[in-house]
Design a protein around this ligand. Structure first.
Ligand SMILES: NC(=O)c1ccc[n+]([C@@H]2O[C@H](COP(=O)([O-])OP(=O)(O)OC[C@H]3O[C@@H](n4cnc5c(N)ncnc54)[C@H](O)[C@@H]3O)[C@@H](O)[C@H]2O)c1
Length: 374
């Protein structure tokens, strides 16, 4: 650790999630700081470094890994690159923050965990819903017995589709709405239910509005059964108009609670003229809108990154591990298999060895239906 006591982070990526990490570290600047950025597109790392006052800039992340001052690598690059980047970072003794989903294949996820263990470094699975203040409060209430035994956890994340081209390309993303957004809901439910093992997964999905640009599922419903008897319903969409929508509902024998992350924290607003920014992925600010405030704080990313910096210093115990990410990835594989086979799938589920992307289990399954022609 350098003289100012802050954990030194090098970030891979300079676009959407990298921006959220950098802004989050500005919101909570006391424990960690970005000291380097790498991004392959000429000019992007420089631009990012200027915006966030980052001293060192690279186009090749492997060059950045040689910097001995860097203690942590934050991976904000496409899913297909997470495994190699994690292994490269671990090999030179850097701790790793890996954005969700953990990897493309279960074998990759296992390699990432093994590589970081062997190197004696920490691997955090970047799941901010575990740090989202509103959701954290519901978990605290549940753990204090507010709802009695919880039997149903619902989580839903929906918008009209990703901001970047690679998400739509299943070779680089591995899947659609379930892979991109369902990973949040599965991680949330697993954590909320005290990490009770997942017993079965049933999933229904389709490509309803974006068949012109992707083979991926743009809407999915996923039901998980847990060993403790509880059930989770995870709803995800890249087909929902109107900007980001993220909410949970918790039901127990003694009570229930509802939390809407964006609209529940928003300022119901009507404007004929529009204004600057409402919420992530909102297409307009005219008419009725629900502008959020302290958006990143409400997501929990500043708290997540600060937590990891404190873990690196031995001050806290890691809350979201590579193993947690692997549980989620295995459930998503079972989910795509379930949708492809049209049946509930029991865990542990082992995909055939030649399957390199979860979505293939759906696309090549007997229950797959081509999107209807409009
Ligand atoms: N936690 C969340 O809520 C959340 C939100 C958005 C994205 N993500 C995750 O973050 C990751 C990045 O997504 P994004 O939205 O920032 O995507 P993006 O397209 O906005 O940015 C991707 C970045 O990766 C870089 N990149 C691409 N190929 C690279 C390579 N070969 N080497 C190094 N860098 C490379 C690009 O130059 C770009 O800077 C994904 O895994 C995504 O699932 C998480």
């Amino acid at each position: 650790m350098a003289t100012n006591g802050k954990v030194k982070i090098g970030i891979i990526g300079s676009q959407f999630q990298a921006d959220i990490h950098a802004t989050s570290l500005q919101i909570m600047p006391h424990e960690a700081e970005l000291v380097a950025v790498s991004s392959p597109t000429p000019g992007n790392a420089e631009h990012f470094a200027k915006r966030f006052n980052i001293p060192r800039v690279y186009t090749d992340y492997r060059e950045m890994l040689k910097d001995p001052a860097i203690e942590v690598i934050s991976i904000c690059a496409p899913n297909s690159l997470h495994c190699q980047m994690t292994k490269d970072a671990a090999a030179v003794g850097k701790h790793v923050i890996c954005e969700k989903p953990l990897a493309m294949t279960i074998a990759e996820g296992e390699e990432m965990i093994a590589a970081t263990k062997k190197a004696g470094v920490l691997l955090m699975y970047g799941e901010e819903l575990l740090f989202t203040p509103k959701y954290l409060k519901t978990k605290e209430m549940a753990d204090a017995g507010a709802f009695g035994k919880v039997y149903l956890v619902k989580q839903s994340e929906k918008h009209f589709g990703p901001h970047s081209e690679w998400f739509w390309d299943v070779n680089r993303s591995g899947g659609g709405a379930l892979m991109d957004l369902g990973c949040h809901g599965i991680a949330f439910a697993h954590w909320f239910l005290g990490r009770s093992p997942i017993k079965t997964v049933y999933c229904q999905m389709g490509t309803y509005v974006h068949a012109d640009k992707t083979k991926a599922d743009d809407d999915s419903l996923c039901i998980l059964e847990f060993e403790n008897g509880a059930v989770a319903l995870i709803e995800n969409s890249w087909a929902r108009r109107g900007g980001m929508d993220d909410k949970i509902e918790i039901f127990g024998e003694a009570g229930c609670t509802y939390a809407n992350l964006h609209m529940g924290n928003a300022i119901p607003t009507y404007s004929e003229n529009g204004y600057g920014y409402a919420v992530e992925k909102a297409p307009t600010t005219k008419g009725w809108t629900w502008p959020v405030f302290e958006e990143l704080w409400n997501y929990g990313t500043p708290q997540e990154l600060t937590h990891f910096a404190r873990c690196v210093c031995g001050k806290e115990k890691l809350q979201s591990t590579g193993e947690d990410g692997l549980v989620v990835l295995k459930a998503m594989y079972a989910g795509y298999a379930s949708a492809g086979e049209g049946r509930k799938v029991a865990l542990p589920y082992q995909p055939p060895a030649n399957v390199k992307r979860p979505i293939d289990l759906w696309l090549n399954g007997p229950a797959y239906r081509q999107p209807a022609k409009s």
